[in-house]
Ligand binder design. Structure first.
Ligand SMILES: Cc1cc2nc3c(=O)[nH]c(=O)nc-3n(C[C@H](O)[C@H](O)[C@H](O)COP(=O)(O)OP(=O)(O)OC[C@H]3O[C@@H](n4cnc5c(N)ncnc54)[C@H](O)[C@@H]3O)c2cc1C
Length: 393
């Protein structure tokens, strides 16, 4: 990607973050969804950063998009999660696995802020193992009817369309292979609600929905029938990279806030930044940042190489591994950095009024969604040992 274009996108993301910040902070302390996110993102033209320009996007490569996500992550994991839902796991599957008609129907509208997207894989009884899902579909003339519950879905209660995964009704054995659909969320057969009592990310939507024989257009099957699991796994690479990049932003912000506070706050007659044990925290946060930055860039480059050569299985495996490593490492590093930043802030840090307290509260989820810590470790070890050692089998 041309460097000037990359800088222009990053400048737009930065301007968006600056304009949104006061609203985001107010919404956070009031524990409410930030309804200015989409209009302002539209204004700054950042609702489709990695999409080709012909669909209304900015044409950013994976490395540039990762930098944008890191900038968004500095503002908060909730805000970054909205973009992950909309772009990394919402627009991306339509771009990568959809046909031209599907791309034309959904992508330009989504970049204009007229179509919010989400990705619905998880169910109450199927999280780390999506193969255990029970959602089903059946053909009904020229359409499909989908039934089932999807749970813990980012943007799930506000989306206009969701990428949904389901099994064919009544099929067993090798014929029971999941498919992916682009599901419009309008109508009484699609019931949804916000997830109650969340532990953070108040400004973003996390929802659940139930489909009761919900009609889906026949031409909204995404990819070929039975290809759903392969699509889901491919999309999760994109989603995990977005989490890793967002976590890098969290660490950067924790570092900046901590450095400022270390100079501002005095105890025992000197700025706390002169106390050696406080300096140890700063050193750890900086190491969290430096290592995460390298791993995120490495992972973004591997994903870029795979995207440019979609039929190359070795490049896909490499991207899958590097992204899993970056996701596992950066989400734990961000948790560590936020914890240390809160420690540096002392009692003030234990508050939603300060950025570091909000980061600590929000970033914990990054070790859970898009594949837990445990699943990432199994993935990394299996890549080293070979498929015969796959822990899932
Ligand atoms: C805020 C939020 C947003 C989310 N957004 C989305 C979204 O947009 N779309 C979507 O589809 N999903 C989404 N999820 C769901 C998320 O991906 C799942 O929560 C996650 O995959 C874990 O599944 P689970 O919660 O069912 O936990 P479980 O799978 O029940 O896991 C519980 C524990 O058991 C461990 N465990 C499970 N299996 C193994 C194993 N084989 N070996 C070792 N340990 C194991 C896990 O690591 C974990 O520690 C979201 C979740 C949250 C919290």
């Amino acid at each position: 990607m041309h460097q000037a274009v990359s800088q222009a996108v990053l400048a737009d993301v930065d301007a968006f973050c600056r304009e949104l910040r006061p609203v985001e902070e107010l919404c956070y302390v009031e524990h409410r969804y930030n309804d200015q996110t989409i209009p302002l993102a539209k204004k700054h033209n950042i609702l489709g950063i990695p999409l080709p320009e012909k669909y209304g996007g900015r044409g950013a490569d994976a490395v540039t998009y990762a930098k944008c996500l890191a900038r968004l992550g500095r503002e908060g994991t909730g805000l970054r999660t909205f973009f992950s839902g909309q772009t990394s796991i919402g627009q991306y599957p339509i771009l990568k696995y959809g046909n031209e008609d599907q791309r034309q129907r959904y992508l330009p509208a989504s970049t204009r802020g007229e179509c919010t997207l989400a990705f619905g894989l998880t169910e109450p009884e199927a999280g780390s193992n999506p193969l255990e899902m029970t959602s089903t579909y059946r053909r009904d003339g020229d359409r499909f009817l989908l039934s089932g519950v999807k749970y813990l879905i980012s943007n799930g209660a506000i989306a206009d369309a969701v990428i949904v995964f389901a099994y064919p009704e009544g099929k067993e054995g090798p014929e029971r292979r999941m498919s992916a659909f682009i599901v419009d969320t309008q109508g009484e057969t699609f019931e949804r609600e916000d997830m109650p009592a969340k532990l953070g990310m108040f400004t973003a939507n996390t929802g659940m929905f139930q489909m009761n024989e919900h009609p889906v257009r026949g031409d909204n099957l995404l990819g070929a029938e039975g290809e759903g699991f392969r699509i889901a796994m491919g999309v999760l690479i994109s989603g995990r990279l977005s989490v890793a990049a967002g976590c890098l932003g969290v660490i950067e912000d924790c570092l900046e806030e901590s450095l400022n506070w270390c100079k501002e706050r005095s105890q025992h007659g000197k700025p706390i930044g002169k106390h050696q044990l406080v300096q140890a925290h700063l050193a750890h946060i900086e190491m969290d940042r430096a290592a995460s930055a390298l791993m995120v860039e490495n992972a973004a480059q591997a994903k870029q190489a795979s995207d440019e050569n979609p039929s190359d299985k070795a490049l896909l495996a490499e991207a899958d591994l590097r992204v899993a490593e970056a996701k596992f490492f950066a989400s734990n590093a961000a948790w560590d950095a936020a914890d240390r930043a809160v420690q540096i802030y002392g009692g003030r840090g234990w508050s939603e009024l300060y950025r570091v307290g909000r980061h600590l509260q929000d970033v914990r989820v990054c070790r859970i969604y898009e594949g837990t810590d445990e699943i990432m470790q199994l993935k990394i070890a299996t890549a080293l040992l070979g498929k015969d050692y796959a822990a899932f089998s």
